[in-house]
Design a protein around this ligand. Structure first.
Ligand code: NAD
Length: 500
């Protein structure tokens, strides 16, 4: 396999077409000739193209995965994990290049992209620990009889990923799936297909046998083919709720194991005793970071009682953030217009725009073009506004004012999503009262983005996750493996009972 990127080439105009990786070789789609642009959202210009594949390419990837699986599954788990040790080292060594690549194709700032790589490395490190965690599940259940559980691979499995974390989200799935002994087919977002090419290079350099990791580029057609192909034994999906729900149902119709993470509408509850500085810093980081294009981003701030002093600080801090310097662009022109539309509508419906990012142009770096929305705060929102009800996925904070904690919890729980929820308070009692009652899988106290770090699993509730369990951590290993229970008896025992 040849490498896809010169190690030090950060010039976004020279990226090659994103093609398929099947059985260790880079290939154009077998029959489809369609290509679409990969657009650098900072400049609004094409930086590459992606080959849109067809169902026949999925079939070729499944066959390649099956061939590789026959020997990969025989590797001792420790040896499979050693490939991840090497991957971890290679990622650390190439962190700058990986970060630039993410920054170019996704638009997030270099420090945000670097944080994404670091989080990806953490996921790989968790994968390295799996041989230790998967050991020791054995018990003498009665005289002379032992039961043990072993985790076995499923075969060829697949992951479908969104645009907002081109490297990290694939690494939510890959370590557990690979150490578990599976072959993997990745279908990256067609908006950001390049980081996964570099990941493939690094996996190859780390010693992963050809065909264990395959990539099929494309869109809906590929996802549906992965759902329908009988050779794909499990599918992990991360993306919007509409698609997550459809993919989960489609896999279910085939009797296929699926875990589908969807969108989010995350609430922050702020009460008057909250620390002003700590709260303002974390709220702003949460709704502005990655231009609000994170499934864990703050979206609705529920102000309980008089918290004007805190809101003033939030506004002041957010106002210092310069689009194009501290803040990256929105992923596409369509998304930019959609986000600005939410702000327009809220204003027409009577909300007050206390910080307006609609005019942002990315001028912090004298950038021309690109898709920009600056930090925006919409105050005095009401529950009927789309900006309060729907996922915006941009750097926009809607503020709803209420008098009681009970009302805040009621508002939060009326929302169908259940990814993240944060409470800002100095009172342990208040924090616990909120956390114990909100419908959210990942909760935070005085933090902005309550992502459970490894080894704690990542996953929301309700319309934010379809399936069972978390996608990372131990649940991830359980998802990508099946348990065989073995009961053994090797000799007739004295004093044996009917259970022996
Ligand atoms: P998306 O749903 O549009 O796309 C996700 C993937 O599905 C892509 O690979 C895409 O090619 C494919 N796809 C798109 N339409 C499809 C269809 N009709 N049928 C089958 N496949 C289809 O999501 P996105 O815009 O790339 O990402 C943003 C969304 O992802 C947001 O809603 C965000 O909240 C969510 N997200 C959730 C999590 C989480 O952990 N819950 C994490 C990251 C992103």
């Amino acid at each position: 396999m040849t490498t896809t990127f010169p190690a030090k080439n950060y010039d976004f105009t020279t990226f090659q077409t994103a093609r398929n990786l099947i059985g260790g070789s880079w290939r154009d789609p077998a029959s489809s000739k369609q290509k679409i642009d990969v657009v650098n959202p900072r400049f609004g210009k094409a930086m590459s193209t992606v080959a849109m594949s067809g169902a026949d390419d999925v079939d070729a990837a499944v066959k390649a995965g099956m061939r590789a699986f026959a020997s990969w599954r025989e590797w001792p788990i420790r040896e499979r994990a050693l490939v991840l040790y090497k991957l971890r080292e290679l990622m650390a060594r190439n962190i700058e290049e990986l970060s630039w690549l993410i920054s170019h194709e996704n638009g997030k700032t270099f420090p945000e992209a670097k944080a994404e790589v670091e989080k990806g490395i953490e996921c790989v490190e968790y994968g390295c620990s799996l041989p230790n965690l998967a050991a020791g599940n054995q018990l003498e259940v009665s005289r002379g009889v032992a039961c043990e559980v072993v985790y076995e691979p499923l075969g060829v499995v697949a992951g479908v990923t969104p645009f907002n974390f081109p490297l990290m989200v694939p690494l939510w799935m890959l370590p557990q799936a690979l150490v578990g002994g599976n072959s993997f087919i990745l279908k990256p977002s067609e908006q950001v297909p390049l980081s996964s090419l570099r990941l493939a290079d690094l996996l190859n350099e780390a010693g992963l046998p050809e065909g264990v990791f395959n990539i099929v580029q494309g869109g809906r057609e590929i996802v549906e083919a992965l759902c329908d192909h009988p050779g794909v034994k499990a599918l992990g999906f991360v993306g919007s709720t509409r698609v997550a729900k459809a993919v989960y149902a489609r896999c279910g119709a085939q009797g296929k194991r699926a875990l589908c993470l969807g969108g989010a509408k995350n609430h922050l509850v702020v009460v008057p005793d909250a620390d002003v500085e700590l709260t303002a810093e974390n709220v702003v980081a949460s709704f502005v970071g990655c231009a609000g294009q994170r499934c864990m981003a703050a979206s609705v701030l529920i102000a309980v009682g008089d918290v004007d002093h805190i809101l003033a600080k939030v506004r002041a801090k957010a106002a210092t953030i310069i689009a194009g310097k501290d803040l990256g662009p929105i992923t596409s022109e369509a998304s930019m217009k959609r986000i600005r539309g939410y702000i327009d509508d809220a204003e027409k419906q009577g909300a007050k725009i206390v910080l307006d990012g609609r005019g942002a142009s990315g001028g912090g770096e004298a950038v021309k073009g690109g898709f920009w929305v600056g930090p925006t705060i919409i105050d005095h929102c009401t529950m009927d506004m789309p900006a309060v009800k729907e996922e915006i996925f941009g750097p926009v904070l809607s503020v709803v004012r209420v008098d009681t904690l009970e009302h805040a919890i009621e508002i939060e729980n009326a929302n169908p999503y259940g990814n993240a929820s944060c409470i800002y308070t100095s009172s342990g009692d208040v924090a616990r009262r909120v956390i114990d009652r909100v419908e959210a899988g990942m909760c935070g106290v005085n933090v902005g983005v309550p992502v459970p770090r490894e080894p704690f699993g990542f996953g929301g509730w309700n319309d934010s996750l379809f399936g069972h369990g978390n996608i990372t951590g131990w649940d991830g290993y359980r998802f990508w493996t099946r348990q065989r229970k073995i009961t053994s008896k090797w000799a007739v025992q004295k004093d044996q009972t009917w259970m022996s």
